[in-house]
Design a protein around this ligand. Sequence first.
Ligand SMILES: Nc1ncnc2c1ncn2[C@@H]1O[C@H](COP(=O)(O)OP(=O)(O)O)[C@@H](O)[C@H]1O
Ligand SMILES: [Mg+2]
Length: 295
Amino acid sequence: MDQAQGLRNVVKAQNVINTKEARIITITSGKGGVGKSNCAVNLALQFRKMGKRVIILDADFGLANVEVLCGTVPKYNLSDYIFGESELEEIITAGPEGIGFISGGSGIVKLNNLNSDQLNGVIYGLSKLNQLCDVLLIDTGAGVSETVMSFVLSSPEVIVVTTPEPSSITDAYSLIKAVYKSDGARRGTLPTLFILANRIVASDEGAAVYEKLNSVVGKFLGGSLSYLGDIPSDALLETAVRNQQIVSLVSPAAKSSRAFYEVANRLLGNDSGGQKSLGLFGFFNSFIKKQGDIR
Ligand SMILES: Nc1ncnc2c1ncn2[C@@H]1O[C@H](COP(=O)(O)OP(=O)(O)O)[C@@H](O)[C@H]1O
Ligand SMILES: [Mg+2]
């Protein structure tokens, strides 16, 4: 029995892991500015409307994405919890409609500097998020940095956001290629990769973006992608962003809000998880190992 399994048994014995594991969905992109954070907050809101408890982990370090979008100011961040200054409940800020937010701070980057006992404590603690949410949405930075890739490769489900711009599609492909070239791919454990086409103008544009990506992924990587749908380019979304509001909340009938509803609905009906979900305990354990081998 390895150390992780041992700890997993302790966690189970203490009933910290509920029978129902939280869904873990990472939202990422090859290129920046394509709409990841907007997808995170709007999907969170749609999930709330469907009665789910949602927490967003803002993992785009250095940029206060989610808090600016929602006008909520978290008092603490992940670092405060990891370094023992705050309780888990304290680092979760309640946002609009009861969406929970955790600001990443620089906590995850600093995890590399902890010893394995400290790390196990952190992983054990974070797995308690299971009791506090049904869905954990992770809003990452763009590109293939080590941290972004660790989130992507630890998640059972990943949403890759792209616009129809050629540079955005090319960068999405680079990210997907990095996933397929990873160790996980060799072991046969890949996340389900969803394509979400954002800022669509013509109605068939989103499907065309997906077809383009899926065909190169099939041809050069021998893989396949799932299509999650498209979000139209919407002036009401931009207005909401300027007012630090969530379009799905302030303009539920806007075309982007309706599209976010469709996407959220599709995700809930499609509890696929390409790699078998190990739950939050398994997720953080895997994430930290990928950041730097802890054994
Ligand atoms: N569907 C959309 N329609 C119109 N503008 C959008 C849409 N999605 C994103 N934007 C614009 O793009 C900007 C960047 O979005 P954001 O979600 O912050 O991207 P990322 O998190 O990928 O960097 C937003 O501030 C908004 O003005
Ligand atoms: Mg962002």
